[in-house]
Design a protein around this ligand. Structure first.
Ligand SMILES: [Zn+2]
Ligand SMILES: [Zn+2]
Length: 610
């Protein structure tokens, strides 16, 4: 393949500029094209790199290039290729990149995407935009984060363990270490909150076998070669420390485990600015000890994990507390193996393609989806989540709503309409904690009302007057033909019967609610039946509207407390129906479904009462 001259990567990292220079230096025709001065500068840059590598060969962290997502179509021709071996290779000499249009089947690297903010990236060459993940950007987020717990989630091939080891090695060495400073500069990273001097870092693997297989080899690739290794290759605690340092002192990485007899006892004692756990150990006592170890230094706990355990007690405590931890306590970032250009892109795509949807959710998207013991095992995003229909297409459909009160836990209100085939459409949801009943009432009405003749927010001051004003304003409104509404009044609004005070207050404000049938097992069975597909149609669908997302997430993640199905059926209903995970919107949905069934608006056969 003929070498191609690509534009100089202005604004790129040192690595991109070095690759450009090496590309010119490698190909004589290109040297001719760019002219003598530039080609000489390129060759000088390559010579300087070779010299630097010789001079600092004992500090491998210097040469770490963190990956960033690449354009799926535009090719970056500056990456060296081995045509015999099918294209680009990574630093370990294994296949990397993937074939792209115009590469004649060779694996090539794509043009590096620019970060637009959030998860959005754009190709500077063709303008392509998409959601991606970036190893470099996750490390930058870690460096500036003030969170006490930092989650780097992703599949094995996303290189999250390696990235966590980079964070650990940098912390142990300190920002002023020349190797750390150079690595930051080469990747265009800001040191952020990274400690300036050396520090004591502890790592947790689930077993010593895991430590020897995964974590210690990665730290080994990064820590200076002249650091002493102590019991590093043994099935025991292992340490690596700088010359003049020692175990437990600044400039040391201590590798321990989080399982075995009384594992929490192993985490008592010395404090650290950073504890790096590789994979979710799931042990709440260990986690609490670890939190205590980093607390007095204002340090943090880093997890690099694929959430194959679903919502373990540790993950629930860190991420899914109900009510949630205060904002900023926990940061959560994700790496997608499909964004990792340093592995064989085609092979990893085949690997994901061979999985079930749920396995893929965990493995690729690092979602906290349990694979067993789910309340609604039949729920499938690709079947049950549909594009949101315009309101005009749902005109005249009967409507039934469900409501679950809450203050510390979220208040949930679910709007549902039933289409002519009998399929229930959940089209809107309100999900909000720490708000009083009056505000919920106002927001429910705002959601349902024509915005053009809205009388104002003074509902609670004098509900009678407010409703009179609303009716008067609607009468002259050309947008809603005098109804004052965006959709029809529901046949019923079914709310948690336990909270009569809130229900009465809603009624006083003009939203009349009926007590819902709370029978948990029948409600669950009704909802689960509705999820089944008959004649190619599920009994319930959820509109892909942002407001509905919390309900979808609850249904997807809700699991039985006792996930042994055979044992569960022998338990009393109150015990049997216990769930783990948030169930607020699920309750509201269930109340609405039970109401719809009671009004004979839906017909899924349920077990008769016994
Ligand atoms: Zn492009
Ligand atoms: Zn109107």
């Amino acid at each position: 393949m003929r070498p191609q001259l690509t534009p100089y990567p202005t604004g790129g990292t040192y690595w991109q500029r070095l690759r450009w220079a090496a590309h010119i230096a490698r190909h004589e025709p290109l040297q001719f094209e760019v002219g003598r001065d530039i080609s000489e500068a390129c060759r000088a840059a390559v010579r300087a790199e070779v010299e630097a590598r010789k001079a600092h060969r004992h500090e491998p962290l210097r040469w770490v290039e963190l990956w960033r997502p690449q354009c799926p179509t535009c090719i970056d021709w500056t990456w060296p290729m081995d045509v015999e071996k099918g294209g680009v290779l990574n630093a370990e000499g294994k296949p990397a990149g993937m074939p792209r249009p115009g590469s004649n089947g060779l694996r090539v690297m794509g043009v590096t995407l620019e970060h637009l903010g959030g998860g959005r990236y754009r190709c500077p060459s063709c303008g392509y935009e998409g959601e991606h993940t970036s190893q470099r950007d996750v490390l930058q987020a870690f460096l500036v984060s003030t969170a006490a717990v930092f989650m780097m989630l992703g599949s094995n091939r996303s290189s999250k363990t390696f990235l966590g080891s980079v964070a650990g090695a940098m912390t142990a060495m300190g920002a002023e270490h020349p190797a750390v400073a150079e690595m930051l500069a080469r990747n265009g990273l800001d040191a952020g909150r990274l400690n300036t001097g050396p520090a004591f870092v502890q790592t947790g693997s689930i077993t010593y076998g895991d430590a020897l297989t995964y974590l210690r080899p990665r730290y080994d690739l990064l820590l200076p070669r002249d650091w002493t290794r102590r019991s590093w290759d043994s099935q025991n605690d292992g340490a690596a420390f700088a010359p003049g340092s020692g175990i437990g002192r600044p400039g040391c990485v201590l590798s321990k485990t989080t399982s075995g007899a009384q594992p929490e006892a192993r985490w008592q004692g010395a404090s650290s600015p950073l504890i790096h756990n590789d994979e979710d150990h799931g042990n709440l006592k260990v986690f609490q000890e670890q939190e205590a170890r980093v607390a007095d230094q204002g340090g943090r706990i880093l997890f690099t994990a694929t959430p194959t355990k679903g919502k373990s007690p540790v993950m629930v405590d860190a991420l899914f507390r109900d009510p949630p931890r205060s904002a900023g306590m926990v940061d959560r970032y994700r790496l997608d193996a499909l964004d990792n250009p340093m592995i064989d892109g085609a092979a990893i795509r085949r690997w994901f393609a061979g999985m079930t949807e749920k396995q893929r959710m965990v493995r690729r998207f690092a979602r906290f989806v349990r694979l067993e013991g789910l309340v609604h095992e039949g729920f499938d995003r690709s079947v049950h989540v549909v594009p949101a229909l315009p309101l005009s297409e749902m005109r005249d459909w009967p409507r039934v709503d469900g409501c679950d009160f809450g203050f510390r836990a979220p208040f949930a209100y679910v709007w549902m309409a039933i289409d002519p085939h009998g399929t229930v459409h959940v089209y809107r949801c309100r999900y909000q904690a720490r708000t009083d009943t009056d505000d919920h009432a106002l927001e429910i009405l705002r959601m349902e009302s024509c915005p053009h003749c809205w009388p104002g927010d003074h509902l609670a001051a004098d509900p009678g007057r407010w409703w009179d004003e609303k009716e008067a304003a609607a009468a002259g409104c050309t947008h809603c033909e005098g109804t004052g509404r965006l959709w029809e009044e529901p046949y019923g609004r079914f709310a948690d019967p336990a909270d009569a005070t809130a229900r009465n207050r809603m009624g006083y404000l003009g939203i009349s609610m009926q007590p819902a049938d709370k029978a948990r097992r029948r409600g669950f069975e009704l909802c689960d039946r509705a999820l089944q597909v008959e004649d190619g149609r599920p009994g319930v669908v959820f509109h892909d509207h942002p407001s509905v997302a919390p309900l979808i997430a609850e249904i997807e993640e809700l699991a039985w407390k006792d996930d042994d199905a055979s044992r569960r059926s022998q338990l009393k209903e109150s015990v049997e129906m216990q769930v783990v995970g948030a169930d607020h919107a699920w309750d509201a949905w269930r109340y609405g479904m039970m109401g719809a069934a009671a009004m004979h608006l839906v017909e899924y056969a349920t077990e008769p009462d016994t």
